[in-house]
Ligand binder design. Structure first.
Ligand SMILES: Nc1nc2c(c(=O)[nH]1)N[C@H]1C(S)=C(S)[C@@H](COP(=O)(O)OP(=O)(O)OC[C@H]3O[C@@H](n4cnc5c(=O)[nH]c(N)nc54)[C@H](O)[C@@H]3O)O[C@H]1N2
Ligand SMILES: Nc1nc2c(c(=O)[nH]1)N[C@H]1C(S)=C(S)[C@@H](COP(=O)(O)OP(=O)(O)OC[C@H]3O[C@@H](n4cnc5c(=O)[nH]c(N)nc54)[C@H](O)[C@@H]3O)O[C@H]1N2
Ligand SMILES: [Mo]
Length: 681
């Protein structure tokens, strides 16, 4: 273990497994056998220096704090949600879970056991192994991507046949332009924002209703009205076509449906674009030219597709690289998420780590259906939560809370901390943190993998996710051997599947490895995994699924009756809800605010520092007003994922957020929430 050692000092290289574009390298400094400091690895290609502020604070704060961490299995002793528990042994906890599962299986069927998980840790084993167990017993999976990015995946699959082959970020050395559409690296990938974006002098265009720090430092910022992106894409394409910047050769060889969509593009003049998006004509023209001339990279953000027609938005935006040939050559390409050469860091399947299919199993259920389904004893008998915190993260929070309070629902929560969701558990199991066991991390931005190296023994009696499910399988007497595969074997197979040359030993010494020495030019061969083998702007598969054959130049309707559109993107100081229990993080965030444009504020008769109530049919939330033109007029901005129980109202913005499904992928359209604002006197 480790990279360097003196008598009492030791430095260990490891990797941050949070759900973040950066995938940072970490150095853990140990003194006298104890962790003394967790900091950034300046030799790591992404980190290049200190960790981001939130990780630097929390990894040296709440993650190392025995008073904050869950240390023992717990059993509920009070009412659901009261947070009253007594300590029990692992044997008692696992035996009770095994008995309750067996009972539910016998009386109702194992598909009434719902398991929900996401990216609390993105490391390969701890992020994936428990799925083997649930598949084996025939539990129902809550489709994790439906709370985040499933609309984008569905749309890109229609167009390119694949949504997880983007560009190799190292190809930026040949780029003239980077177009960031509905992503905010200044919060969501702070090292990508700080280093990658600017290092080779490409011009940067940002399209976002919010003037994020990335937008501030960009060459062009198109401050679009939320939900008007598809129209904007069409207006840009109008300019590109008018100025003969389309790549006719690329279209002839690789694109299906250009002739069909052309009449719509011809209708969508930039003047029309201005009317529906609020972006000046000259800005639409400049952005269109800069992008089309290329070579250009297009980054489609996850925030971009959290709208009712997010899938259509993605199909419209995907026409840009297709029609300008900005794909498959150095410095060009589009990116949503990278499945780092088959490892599947985030939700992907790994060749060396296939999901064993013991039975066909019940169909996964959308996160958007969960608040409703949780009310229904006939639908869900047991709710098992690992690697996520749905009471903080999911929309329709009041209904989520009501469902979790159901007395006969058998709820198990596995986490490192006593979250709002854990307060409603019957059994709480303590998870070991990433500093406490070996694993592999696969970045979803850089085409790199990293070693997650054990730096100390698991805190208290906590265990890594995978070990918890091995033990549960044993208590249940399950016979399938892959339920017991050990970490070493999975790590070896994962490394071989990734194509890196390094052994595990070498990886732990170096900390990280690129999957290829030189930048990969993805899609260079120009063959796409669609039925036609081409980029399908016109999609028969979409049509067969009841969707339009072509992307549509749509704009969402403005809210009626004095309501305003509320967007709730990622906060700088949180990683989803993670870190929301760290005292220093809470202090840095300050009170929960709603940011609104000066015109909006004067229309409502409110000013900086006023207290207001946001309300709609789902609930209400009291917030402090912050007036700023960083948000476009007519929209409101509240950052997501504070811990509800840390707030006076015991709620966060999700108490207002709708669980309406997107046009594709049954995903979240959280950024289309509408609210009324009233002043609290
Ligand atoms: N309003 C609004 N809501 C949103 C969004 C939005 O834009 N607006 N965004 C959505 C998005 S993009 C996402 S991805 C979801 C994310 O929502 P969640 O998936 O719920 O993410 P977190 O809230 O970070 O919860 C992860 C939990 O995993 C725990 N954890 C960390 N490491 C481990 C481990 O090794 N083992 C176990 N068992 N647990 C561990 C953490 O302590 C934490 O409690 O939120 C969604 N919610
Ligand atoms: N600090 C921090 N980092 C994170 C996370 C976090 O919670 N905090 N979450 C992680 C997770 S789970 C994810 S999925 C990624 C998300 O990564 P991103 O997709 O970059 O993040 P978001 O903040 O959800 O949304 C990005 C931007 O979309 C914009 N947006 C909202 N509506 C629209 C619209 O209609 N049109 C356009 N053009 N833009 C719109 C928002 O204003 C926001 O600036 O980040 C990851 N990294
Ligand atoms: Mo996400």
């Amino acid at each position: 273990m480790g990279i360097g050692m003196t008598n009492d000092e030791q430095w260990i290289k490891t990797t941050c497994p949070r759900d973040c574009y950066d995938g940072c390298g970490i150095i853990v400094h140990k003194r006298n056998g104890e962790i003394f400091k967790v900091k950034g690895n300046r030799d790591h290609p992404s980190t290049r220096g200190p960790l981001c502020a939130k990780c630097a604070v929390s990894y040296n704060g709440v993650w190392l704090d025995e008073n904050a961490r869950l240390l023992y299995p717990l059993k509920r002793s009070g009412n659901k949600g009261a947070g009253e528990f007594e300590r029990i042994t692992w044997d008692e906890a696992l035996t009770e879970i095994a008995q309750r599962f067996a009972d539910i299986d016998r009386r109702y069927g194992a598909d009434r056991i719902y398991q929900t998980h996401y990216t609390g840790t993105c490391s390969v084993i701890a992020g994936n192994f428990p799925k083997r167990f649930f598949d084996h017993i025939g539990a129902t999976e809550v489709n994790p991507d439906t709370v985040c990015n499933a609309a984008g995946h569905a749309a890109l699959s229609y167009v390119f046949g694949n949504s997880v082959t983007g560009f190799d970020p190292r190809t930026v050395r040949d780029s003239e332009c980077i177009l960031i559409w509905g992503a905010n690296p200044s919060h969501c990938g702070p090292h990508v924002h700080k280093h990658w974006l600017r290092e080779h002098g490409a011009k940067v265009i940002v399209i976002d209703p919010v003037r994020t720090d990335t937008a501030v430092s960009a060459d062009l910022h198109l401050q679009v009205r939320p939900g008007a992106d598809a129209a904007l894409a069409f207006a840009m394409l109008h300019v590109i076509r008018r100025e003969a910047l389309v790549d006719e050769n690329y279209i002839r060889d690789h694109v299906q449906g250009y002739e069909e969509v052309l009449p719509s593009i011809e209708c969508c003049t930039p003047e029309w674009g201005k009317a529906v998006t609020d972006i000046p004509v000259t800005l639409i023209e400049q952005a269109a030219r800069l992008y089309a001339r290329g070579p250009s990279l297009l980054w489609l953000g996850q925030g971009l597709q959290r709208q009712p027609r997010g899938g259509n938005v993605f199909r419209a935006c995907a026409m840009l690289p297709a029609l300008t040939g900005n794909i498959g050559k150095p410095g060009a390409g589009f990116y949503y998420l990278n499945d780092t050469i088959g490892i599947g860091g985030r939700g992907g399947g790994a060749p060396g780590y296939e999901k064993p299919r013991f039975n066909d199993g019940p169909a996964p259920v959308s996160q958007m259906d969960i608040p409703g389904l949780l009310q229904d004893p006939a639908a869900i008998r047991s709710y098992v939560v690992w690697n996520c915190n749905p009471l903080a993260s999911n929309p329709n929070q009041a209904l989520m809370r009501q469902g979790l309070a159901r007395e006969e629902l058998f709820t198990v929560v596995i986490d490192c901390f006593m979250t709002d969701t854990a307060d409603y558990a019957d059994i709480v199991l303590p998870a070991a943190s990433f500093l406490e066991f070996d694993d592999v991390c696969a970045s979803y931005f850089h085409l790199m993998i990293g070693a997650q190296v054990q730096c100390r023994k698991p805190m208290g009696e906590s265990l890594p996710n995978q070990e918890i499910f091995r033990r549960l399988a044993r208590v249940m007497g399950l016979q399938e051997s892959t339920l017991y595969e050990d970490d070493r074997s999975i790590i070896e197979r994962t490394l071989r599947a990734s194509g890196v040359r390094e052994t595990w030993q070498e990886l732990t010494e170096q900390g990280w490895a690129h999957v290829a020495d030189e930048p990969l030019i993805l899609w260079a061969e120009g063959r796409f995994a669609t039925p036609s083998g081409k980029i399908e702007i016109a999609s028969e598969r979409a049509e067969a699924d009841g969707l339009p054959r072509l992307p549509q130049a749509t704009v969402d309707a403005e809210p009626a009756d004095g309501k305003l559109r509320l967007i709730s993107p990622a906060a700088e100081w949180l990683m989803n809800s993670s870190f929301g229990n760290d005292r220093r993080v809470i202090k840095m965030m300050g009170p929960a605010t709603v940011i609104c444009h000066p015109e909006t504020a004067s229309g409502l008769g409110i000013g900086d520092g006023d207290r207001v109530r946001l309300s709609n049919e789902l609930g209400e939330l009291a917030l402090t007003v912050c007036v700023s033109d960083m948000i476009t007029p007519g929209a409101l901005l509240v950052y997501k994922s504070r811990w509800p129980k840390m707030e006076k109202s015991r709620a966060n913005v999700n108490v207002l957020c709708i669980a309406r499904k997107t046009d594709m992928g049954e995903s979240t359209s959280v950024h289309a929430t509408e609210v009324t604002v009233s002043r609290i006197d």
